[in-house]
Design a protein. Sequence first.
Length: 144
Amino acid sequence: MARGETRARTGLSTFLLASSALVWVSSVIMMGILAYLVSIGYRGDHIIYELVISVLTTLFFPLAYFIRLYPGHILLFNLIFSYLWIVAVSFAASDWIGPHGSPSAMFAAVVAFTFIAFFFLFFNVMHDWHYGFYRGGAHSRPVV
């Protein structure tokens, strides 16, 4: 096994495992902040969309990344969620001002964690594309 890989337990490279963990942690933090905003009465389509995306990410990421799959099979999952998260980034950026017209620290945190989640999802897509398709996947014969 090459240095820096964790394929024995999860089937994922170290980078993919770390970036997926950062996406999951960001979505959990966002879920908490957005659920608090909804519980105090702040409503809006953007907030609900971001909350649903963070809940779906929190639920499905552990399932998708700890099933033993070779690179390339999880690419569709990463692509779908990266597009959902880029929309969440644009919604969060448009909601930056907050309900009372002044910048809110909670909305700034939502924007930051939304961008972190999208950024690492984008790198998951690039990593999975490179190792899953560009290099021929896990079942290809070694290049001599």
